[in-house]
Design a binder for this molecule. Structure first.
Ligand SMILES: C[S@@+](CC[C@H](N)C(=O)[O-])C[C@H]1O[C@@H](n2cnc3c(N)ncnc32)[C@H](O)[C@@H]1O
Length: 225
């Protein structure tokens, strides 16, 4: 198994408890992500990339109860927890795999993702992922991503980091735990600037590229095919 797969298998059990204490405005962010999908089609076919414990798909199904969803993740433990959380729904297909290499064979009305794509290794691989997503969408289909981004200056990057650190401190984390978390992020996260994401989306052919929401380092952005 990849190092990233192992990292997320280890994180899975404590994920839901930790995420609201690590990521400021997580609930608001994923609500915006799901609201960004136009509601003119009721029986949407949706792909959730890096679904984790199923939080995004749960919100999606609350808004679109008739949607059929593919939940894709490389962590077996995350997928197991997603299955439990979403056990009331029978319209979900679970796929264990790496979204950077797996063949996406279906066509979707919406591809969504939260806090997962910033793990993709390089700019080239991120651009390739966007091509992959574009190809997997029906015409008029949408892609929206909620994710951590890199600031465009050192000053703003430090500002964003200190907001995250302060948030964790207010949630009871010790300075050692905050430092540990920072080191883990450094080892596993490869965010790029939001403007670069938007350029990449235009480059692969997306239209109506836009930022829907932003709070310091986190943003919801996307586009329409
Ligand atoms: C921080 S969690 C976010 C989970 C969920 N989307 C949320 O916002 O609650 C990131 C998830 O992306 C998954 N992930 C990261 N890289 C992946 C890849 N290359 N292929 C599939 N899943 C991946 C991880 O296993 C993990 O479950």
């Amino acid at each position: 198994m990849s190092d990233l797969g192992k990292h997320f298998d280890d994180e899975a059990e404590g994920f839901d408890n930790a995420i609201n204490k690590n990521i400021p405005r997580y609930d608001e962010m994923i609500e915006v992500l799901v609201n960004a999908i136009p509601n003119d089609k009721k029986d949407l076919r949706v792909l959730d990339l890096g679904c984790g414990t199923g939080n995004i798909t749960l919100k999606l199904l609350e808004r679109f109860p008739k949607a059929r969803v593919t939940c894709l993740d490389l962590s077996k433990n995350m997928l197991e927890l997603a299955k439990k959380k979403l056990s009331d729904y029978d319209s979900i297909e679970y796929v264990l795999g790496d979204f950077t290499i797996i063949d996406i064979i279906d066509n979707y009305d919406a591809v969504i993702s939260s806090l997962a794509l910033h793990h993709i290794a390089s700019d080239e691989a991120k651009l390739e992922m966007y091509r992959h997503i574009y190809d997997a969408l029906n015409d008029g289909g949408v892609f929206y991503n909620a994710d951590v981004t890199l600031a465009s200056t050192e000053y703003h990057e430090k500002m964003n980091q200190s907001i995250f650190d302060e948030f964790m401190e207010n949630n009871g984390y010790s300075p050692e735990e905050i430092e540990n978390h920072r080191l883990k992020r450094k080892a596993n996260d490869l965010p790029i600037t939001l403007t670069k994401h938007l350029r990449f989306l235009e480059e692969v052919g997306f239209k109506n590229v836009d930022v829907i929401w932003k709070y310091y380092a986190t943003a919801v952005y996307g586009a329409i095919k």
